[in-house]
Design a protein around this ligand. Structure first.
Ligand SMILES: NC(=O)c1ccc[n+]([C@@H]2O[C@H](COP(=O)([O-])OP(=O)(O)OC[C@H]3O[C@@H](n4cnc5c(N)ncnc54)[C@H](O)[C@@H]3O)[C@@H](O)[C@H]2O)c1
Length: 286
């Protein structure tokens, strides 16, 4: 129970879903947590974001695991807010070892469509860059940066049978793909300082983002108001294993490995937790 003992982690999008799961899993293994979330809805995103009480619940769960939690409401799209949030966390917890740039949105069906496109790029790419850049001056030897991508980043987005083909939808794989490239290069730049940077690529993950009408619509464009039971059989399209989705804990276990010293020479990796989905789209290559 001490795989990240004594470390401090800064996690964006930590109020619920995967971010909360990462906070709790890292706390169970001995890390203190700086948990940040916007907790505000976006007009061009057709499902609700987390609420302030969700962020408080994350803090409660981290403390239940025996660790300290600092929670801050901040928008990853605003670099000044991210820096201020991190400063608040550092003032209380004293140092930073782990960065999990996890906050993200899925803006398919969002209107106006160009706003949905911009919000997605700003959050899923710009937000990751803001979190990482804010953290970099505070990181030293042994630190680990983890960004949340998506298997959507690895799909051929020119294929029209991939889910979510409207403007808000197509911005998602674009942002995640650019995020992957950013982390690839970042890893090379920080390697001489013995700092690592990796991407975790979840497939469908059982959170509020997946269980939302815009996501159901992406998988069932033939229905006007698809429900969970309409979309769920189609979710399996994304994996080779016979599952509709993975659970947040499955992603957290990869995050924990990458955050811990067990992976001390693992860097620049694109780590898929995808039930073999990638294998369906690509032949073997190195
Ligand atoms: N759920 C999936 O199927 C799936 C699959 C692949 C990748 N992902 C990625 O996983 C990450 C976590 O998503 P999730 O599945 O837990 O969904 P989620 O909607 O439950 O959690 C996302 C969190 O990010 C927060 N957030 C959104 N915009 C923000 C902003 N501007 N600033 C700060 N916080 C903000 C939300 O309030 C929410 O708490 C995202 O990057 C997402 O793109 C999700």
């Amino acid at each position: 129970m001490s795989r990240v003992q004594g470390k401090v982690a800064f996690i964006s999008g930590a109020a619920r879903g995967q971010g909360r799961s990462h906070a709790v899993r890292l706390a169970e293994e001995g890390a203190d947590i700086i948990a940040m979330d916007f907790c505000t809805d976006l007009a061009a995103v057709n499902y609700p974001m987390a609420r302030p009480e969700d962020l408080e619940e994350t803090a409660r769960l981290v403390e239940k695991a025996g660790q300290r939690a600092v929670v801050i409401e901040a928008d990853v799209r605003e670099r000044a807010q991210v820096i201020s949030a991190l400063d608040t966390g550092l003032a209380e917890l004293g140092k930073l070892d782990i960065v999990v740039a996890n906050a993200g949105i899925a803006a398919m069906t969002g209107e106006p469509a160009l706003q949905a496109w911009c919000d997605t790029i700003d959050t899923n790419l710009g937000g990751v860059i803001n979190v990482v850049q804010a953290a970099l001056p505070h990181l030293s030897e042994g630190a680990s940066i983890i960004a949340t991508g998506s298997t959507a980043a690895l799909m051929d987005i020119s294929k029209t049978d991939s889910p979510g083909q409207d403007l808000g939808g197509v911005a998602y794989p674009l942002a995640k793909r650019m995020l992957s490239q950013y982390v690839h290069t970042l890893a090379l730049h920080v390697a001489p300082r013995s700092i690592r940077a990796n991407v975790v690529h979840p497939t469908n993950c059982n959170t509020d983002m997946l269980q939302s009408e815009p996501m159901y619509k992406a998988f069932r464009p033939d229905l006007e108001h698809p429900a969970r039971e309409d979309a769920e059989p189609l979710f399996a399209f994304m994996q080779a294993m016979p599952i509709p989705y993975v659970e947040p804990a499955d992603i957290s276990n990869m995050v924990l490995f990458l955050a811990s010293d067990e992976s001390r020479y693992v860097t620049g990796m694109q780590m898929r937790v995808d039930g073999g989905g990638y294998l369906k789209w690509y032949d073997y290559h190195v």
